[in-house]
Design a protein around this ligand. Structure first.
Ligand SMILES: NC(=O)c1ccc[n+]([C@@H]2O[C@H](COP(=O)([O-])OP(=O)(O)OC[C@H]3O[C@@H](n4cnc5c(N)ncnc54)[C@H](O)[C@@H]3O)[C@@H](O)[C@H]2O)c1
Length: 366
């Protein structure tokens, strides 16, 4: 196959769909890999690294889209990229279609075969291509939040670790999934006081066994959330109801009893966010203030640490990408249930239940 990778055009997105080591794997498997010039620069991979790995460098995105049988990306295509869609092309990337009717229509109208990272599900129900980005976002949430607590950034001036003789900062984490667990790991590492809430008692049980009295686990209900927030310096939300909008667990009414200058990092913003005032922000202006509380609501947090994120993403996507390239999509669907679950659009038909339901489209069985 001709496997292509273009430079991401979303604002301040630094990740790249194929890193040089992944290119090498495709080349070793007999494929021809086309890379748009400078596609990997923001992730720290110059063109020379791709040439060394065996890729052909193309001068612009059009050359890649036109020659490729399969495009490997990171973010969903944006409107200027729709014109490159065609029915003999495989698109392998995050699509997030249930929140994007315009893109869904463009994919269906073109007949392109759209395989979405976020709907690839393994037999045990995990989402292997979503997990690494949640790991990054959870860890980064504490680092970003700690920074925003500093006075020059409009924070309350609390150092999460405290110092001998001064109390530690309080971190409250809503949701003990992948984001929550990774935020917890970093917050504990910083020696903050950490409280984590979830409705899944098994998750809380696991974390209690792992961390013992270094953390507090609480069942997530309105009372526990409100009381925890009153003491919080930094709040991280990684709550998810699969396939639905994030529940607005953090009410604006709670703000009057929260500490001025405290910080909420709303990682769940890509599903609408966990506060009543959340709206998506970008890396160049990530925080807004409501009632004295700082809200960090960047919807593509991993893009800020593009190198780590691009490598982590490639580690997860390579396996399924190679399977598709080596076998063709049709055979790959037959031999791999996760790949089958990843297909959202196929020759003009919607093949993903969640997307079909979101836009009232007929659901086609692959
Ligand atoms: N902003 C970003 O850049 C970014 C990056 C990665 C992931 N995310 C988002 O972060 C969110 C979390 O992702 P994840 O991989 O950790 O999901 P996950 O499924 O691993 O974890 C979600 C957790 O939320 C818990 N939960 C559900 N309802 C709850 C409630 N009422 N109170 C407390 N907990 C509740 C679930 O039990 C689960 O443990 C998702 O929306 C994901 O898309 C955002």
């Amino acid at each position: 196959m001709n496997v292509g990778c273009v430079k991401e055009i979303k604002k301040l997105e630094g990740r790249v769909g194929l890193i040089p080591s992944a290119v090498k794997e495709y080349v070793n498997a007999g494929h021809r890999v086309l890379i748009e010039t400078n596609a990997g620069v923001m992730s720290g991979f110059p063109d020379a690294d791709y040439v060394k790995a065996g890729a052909v460098i193309c001068e612009n995105a059009e050359q890649v889209w036109k020659q490729a049988n399969m495009i490997v990306k990171v973010k969903e295509p944006l409107a200027p990229e729709y014109k490159f869609f065609r029915n003999d092309l495989i698109l392998y990337t995050y699509l997030h279609l249930a929140a994007d009717e315009e893109q869904t229509k463009a994919l269906l109208a073109s007949g392109i075969k759209g395989v979405a990272y976020e709907t690839i599900v393994t037999e045990d129900g995990t989402l292997p291509c979503l997990k690494p980005m949640s790991e990054v976002a959870g860890r980064l949430a504490i680092i970003e939040g700690a920074k925003r607590l500093e006075k020059p950034f409009g924070g309350s001036g609390v150092l999460l670790s405290g110092v001998p003789g001064v109390e530690r900062g309080n971190v409250v984490i809503l949701g003990a999934g992948v984001v929550g667990e990774n935020a917890l790991k970093i917050a504990v590492g910083l020696e903050a006081n950490v409280t984590i809430l979830d409705i899944n008692l098994k998750r809380l049980d696991d974390l209690d066994k792992l961390y013992g009295n270094r953390i507090t686990t609480l069942y997530s209900n309105a009372d526990n959330i409100e009381k925890s927030l009153e003491k919080a310096d930094l709040v991280v939300s990684g709550v998810l109801l699969p396939g639905a909008k994030a529940p607005k667990l953090i009410k604006r009414a709670y703000y009057k009893n929260m500490k001025p200058g405290s910080v909420i990092v709303d990682v769940a913003i890509d599903q609408g966010g966990s506060t009543e005032v959340s709206h998506a922000t970008y890396h160049d202006d990530p925080v807004f203030v409501v009632d004295g509380i700082n809200h960090y609501c960047v919807a593509n947090m991993p893009g800020a640490v593009a190198r780590t994120s691009a490598i982590a993403l490639n580690n997860a996507t390579l396996k399924y990408g190679l399977l598709i390239a080596n076998n063709g999509l049709e055979k790959a669907i037959q031999i791999s249930k996760p790949v089958k679950a990843g297909v959202n659009t196929y020759l003009g038909k919607c093949t993903c239940k969640g997307v079909a339901e979101a836009f009232n489209l007929p659901l086609a069985e692959l």
